[in-house]
Write a protein that binds this ligand. Sequence first.
Ligand code: G3I
Length: 369
Amino acid sequence: MPTRRSLLGLFALSGTAGAFATPSFAGLLRASFVDDQSAPLRAIAAQRGIVYGSAVGSYELRDPEFAASLAREAGILVAEYEMKRGVIEEVRGRYDFSGIDTLMAFAQAHGMAFRAHTLVWHHRNPGWLDAAVLAERDPALQTGYIDAVMRHCKGRIKSWDVVNEAISPEDGRSDNLRNTLWLQAFGPGYIDAAFHAARAADPTAQLVYNDWGCENSGDKHDRFRAATLDFLERALARGVPIDGLGLQGHLQAFGPPIDQKKLRDFLSKVQQMGLKILITEHDVDDSGGPSDIATRDQAVANASRRFLEVVLDNSATEAVLTWGLSDRFLKPSGWRETLTGYSPRALPLDADMQRTPMWHAMARVLATG
Ligand code: G3I
């Protein structure tokens, strides 16, 4: 009979606990995970069929203490910036995959999955792109890039943020699309073309639409949720091959608390469309409140807990990634923070690789719902 600890290791490695645990056994493990302080988040998540992981930059892997923590806690990785077009195709037609190859090698060496962020965005594009797209208006400038990157990664990446942040009700369009380079050059159909090109490049890949506006409370985010549902319904009705919705999950510890009912209703509608739900960039901004760390940490933990309680209560949710694992690499967001010497505490591990109240909140919600 394997010991619970040996199973912990099995879960941590396999990330497919669902394949190993019978319902009663899962219940036993679930209860025990909450108490076992050695269980990493990847194992706690895996015992309920969720993959947990983190964004990372290859420069962070040069820090051995961080690399060891990442290998322990994460079951999936995503490139924080090295898979953006401004890094991969800085020079037109010349692809530099060195950064993501380093990250994918680390993931493979530690039994982790890998997801891709992002193929089509309006930020972090190479300097030559805007002028070329607007002058030539050649759809291959978008679809050719998608094909080249996905073919390079084929077999190593199963989930892709194909289009990122294409919705912006504030831009005033009737279709609520963001007025980006891609929309100006190719019209709303650029989104359909991107997903069809991705499906053609790797028919086995999970294709995700990723955005940031659906989590928080307030009129702006109510409009964002409505616009996102409308966008998804129309795209799916046109046969656009979208498999999942990525919610970035950037929260504010001292902002308006999320409206759990509105979020739950929104996610239920997404699930009814047959889409998977992924939390792709979760972190909690702890600026703008009291300065003492205990208060900040508790507010961060509460915000994460209230968000994940709702997200994980939806059976379409399959992944939770934080936008970094440790505060060690975070930088103050504004001049005021810099002046006051504020150091962000927004992630599951602090700058000393110690588990924060956010880690414990995530562990408890992942273990017990
Ligand atoms: O390029 C250098 C690299 O050479 C150097 O080794 C490294 C360490 O100093 O820094 C790199 O610099 C910058 C990097 O952040 C450092 O993390 C990149 O130039 C800069 O572009 C990059 O910014 C990223 C930004 O997206 C644009 O890619 C941020 O890390 C990343 O957090 C941010 O993430 C976005 C998501 O993609 C979309 N959702 C919002 C989210 C937060 O803004």
